[in-house]
Design a protein around this ligand. Structure first.
Ligand SMILES: [Zn+2]
Ligand SMILES: [Zn+2]
Length: 339
């Protein structure tokens, strides 16, 4: 089968590899669509280290079960995955914090993921409820967002909100946050340098969208009488983004550094200033089983408009161009489909 392999030199190669062989209890999924995630792009840049190449990346997937050696899984079911396979028994797993489990095996990180024609879900993953099934009326174009939406819902529960929020970055995550925050009735201001992404943010309901000039920043501080209550940074947290976040947040406000950071990026804090500004600094990442279940419900109920997010579809054989498209932010979400 065709697959895009991320190799040890951090290069991507389109390769012909064997269709995964199943052991007792395993399930074979034929891919329909797989979204390119910013974390995979960060792995290509060498900014994150939680990948074990050579590996087929891809964890935002939608597919159909075509072979099942598991008694609970039927052929023909439309599925996606909770890509964090964990032990299921430790303190973290019992308390729905699987991401902190010491024996995590990530689909698309440690075992082959969705940038291929087929993927294997191991028996252990099925037994620990990591195979997520939906009715086949749910289109793959929506199902592939189950994981990113689950990440956003997890962050929504963790973040402190009041009335006003600034979102930094109108990629797929920023556009999902915009919709979730508008549902909560908050005022949402989106900062994004790329015009077509600002347009998408307006389409999904942002109250106002700004490029990231000093004038824009001052403007919002004035509109909100001292800055926003909350900043959610859903972009790469480099030093310039971090300083924009601190400029925009009001005294006593909360900053959630949701996005990944370049390797080695640090944050220096003057503790006396920190004390008197009363800022609440935090980070949210990934999802819980509960937030993925909530995401599944949202998708069944069609709560989120994914249409402005899914801009570019590429066949797997043009996978390298697809990555180039994602890296240069020509669209919003780029997805791959096998032919
Ligand atoms: Zn992802
Ligand atoms: Zn565990």
């Amino acid at each position: 089968m065709q697959a895009i392999v991320f190799d040890k030199t951090r290069q991507l190669r389109l390769q012909d590899i064997p269709i995964p062989k199943l052991n007792s209890g395993d399930v074979l999924i034929q891919m329909e669509l797989c979204g390119i995630c910013a974390s995979d792009l960060a792995a290509l840049r060498g900014d994150v280290s939680d990948y074990s190449p050579p590996i087929v990346m891809g964890h935002e997937l939608a597919g159909i079960v075509v072979e099942s050696r598991h008694q609970d899984v039927k052929i023909g079911e439309r599925v996606t995955v909770n890509p964090m396979l964990s032990c299921g028994k430790c303190y973290n797993c019992i308390n729905d914090r699987d991401k902190y489990c010491d024996s995590i095996v990530g689909i698309g990180h440690d075992i082959d993921g969705g940038y291929a024609e087929y993927i294997r879900m191991p028996k252990h993953g099925v037994d620990t409820d990591k195979l997520i099934r939906v009715p086949d009326t749910i289109p793959p174009e929506e199902l592939l967002f189950l994981e990113p939406l689950g990440c956003c819902l997890n962050a929504m529960h963790e973040t402190l909100f009041d009335y006003t929020v600034a979102i930094l970055g109108a990629g797929p995550i920023g556009l999902i946050f915009t919709q979730l925050l508008k549902r909560k009735g908050l005022s949402v201001y989106v900062f994004e340098p790329i015009p077509h992404r600002r347009f998408a943010a307006e389409t999904v309901g942002a109250d106002d969208c700004f490029a990231i000039t000093q004038e824009d920043i001052n403007n919002l501080i004035e509109i909100t009488d001292g800055g926003v209550d909350t900043v959610v940074s859903s972009t790469t947290n480099n030093s310039s983004v971090i300083s924009v976040a601190f400029e925009l947040v009001r005294k006593g406000g909360c900053i959630n550094f949701f996005g990944l950071s370049p390797e080695g990026e640090t944050l220096h804090i003057n503790l006396e200033e920190f004390h008197y500004t009363g800022h609440k600094l935090m980070a949210s990442w990934a999802f819980s089983r509960a937030s993925l279940e909530e995401s599944r419900q949202y998708i069944l109920e069609k709560t989120i408009n994914f249409e402005p997010l899914l801009t570019d579809k590429y066949p797997l054989v043009q996978g390298l161009e697809a990555f180039d498209n994602a890296i240069t932010h020509r669209g919003v979400k780029t997805v791959l489909f096998p032919q």
